[in-house]
Design a protein around this ligand. Structure first.
Ligand SMILES: [Zn+2]
Length: 355
């Protein structure tokens, strides 16, 4: 038996009248969840008839899901070997390539010119905070529930101000930050209200929240539909994110669906904590329009974009490793003619000293 429960809409609290989504994709993550989805082949997704929010329903309880992340069960592939190359420099270079555009978007639109304090929700391997700290001189804080990722960020990258937990109203960092950063995290939060209470607690009045999330809203390919799987609980648009944020006194500064070319179907959003009371109802979306929108994907985009963007970042890591090996080989082949002893020593070290 699975441990799934029907829930009210996580945004507007509506208890009935949900439109089911029929998604014909393999759910790649469901096996990781063990008994939580026992007997199920895929997760179920609904559109709320009152506010148009696309969310997983029924689903495991908030407590079970939080515990799942705290048990370090989500990331089946713990730390890639390449993250240990060159004492972590290889990973930090990758993180800079991957995150710096988003970081610049957040701090430019928030007008945070001087270095400040940033908190990363779901800090992962620590790449975002390493770039903020090392390149931009910010003070960094964060939470990461997965012990393996937390250990890498803390012990290997030396970011000791991350806590191995989930953000909620009990989180204490002894500071208030200028910016809360979250990259592909909001779709994983089992308890959105506790996260928002946690954000309000650690953020300065007038502070900013940057959110990058996968979305179906621009439907550049079928990839957006595959994000409706067991590892995600919400798929936001700018409107549904504003509905959530307005409940806690945040106002949108700006958003874009065309932030960069390194990922597809991605929403970037920046909000400011102003304390304004904006009616969350004003961000409701028409559920039948949402349904139409989800079911119309551009097949040409899917055929062209999906192979380009699917696992793009992972492929870049692989290509970089290949380039470095090629460079090593070229260098030592040349050396064979001039200093064969040195070339052989280099090759021996490469083969037998894997660190
Ligand atoms: Zn709703």
């Amino acid at each position: 038996m699975s441990n799934l429960e029907l829930i009210p809409c996580p945004l507007c609290g509506n208890h009935s009248d949900f439109e089911s989504l029929n998604l014909n994709y393999k759910d790649e993550h469901i096996a990781n969840y063990g008994s939580l989805y026992a007997g199920k082949q895929k997760s179920e997704w609904k559109i709320c008839s009152q506010c148009g929010f696309v969310h997983q329903n029924p689903r495991p309880s908030k407590e079970d899901l939080n515990q799942f992340y705290l048990n370090s069960s989500y990331h089946s592939n713990k730390i890639p070997q390449s993250y240990f190359l060159e004492n972590g420099k290889h990973y930090v270079d990758f993180a800079r390539w991957y995150y710096l555009d988003k970081i610049q978007y957040a701090i430019t639109n928030a007008n945070l010119k001087d270095s400040g304090k940033v908190f990363d929700i779901g800090a992962g391997h620590g790449g975002v905070l390493k770039v903020f700290y090392q390149d931009l001189g910010w003070q960094v804080y964060g939470v990461e529930p997965d012990k393996h990722l937390f250990d890498y960020a803390t012990n290997y990258l030396g970011i000791t101000s991350i806590q191995n937990t989930i953000l909620d109203s009990n989180t204490e960092i002894g500071e208030q930050v200028d910016l809360v950063f979250s990259n592909h995290a909001f779709e994983h939060f089992a308890d959105l209200d506790q996260v928002m209470l946690g954000i309000k607690k650690i953020l300065k009045p007038g502070g900013y929240v940057f959110t990058a999330i996968p979305t179906y809203y621009q439907n550049r390919s079928d990839l957006s539909l595959q994000w409706m799987n067991s590892s995600h609980y919400s798929i936001f648009t700018d409107k549904s994110l504003n509905q959530l944020f307005s409940k806690y006194g945040f106002e949108e500064v700006t958003h874009t669906y065309r932030g960069w070319n390194k990922e597809i179907d991605d929403l970037w959003h920046l909000a400011k904590f102003t304390g304004a009371s904006i009616e969350p109802n004003s961000f409701h979306e028409n559920y039948s329009k949402v349904k139409d929108y989800i079911n119309i994907t551009n097949p040409i985009n899917s055929v062209i974009n999906y192979p380009i963007y699917s696992n793009y970042a992972k492929r870049i890591v692989t290509i970089n490793i290949f380039k470095r090996r090629l460079h090593f080989l070229k260098r030592n082949l040349k050396l064979l003619f001039t200093s064969p002893k040195l070339a052989i020593a280099n090759i021996k070290e490469k083969l037998f000293n894997k660190s």
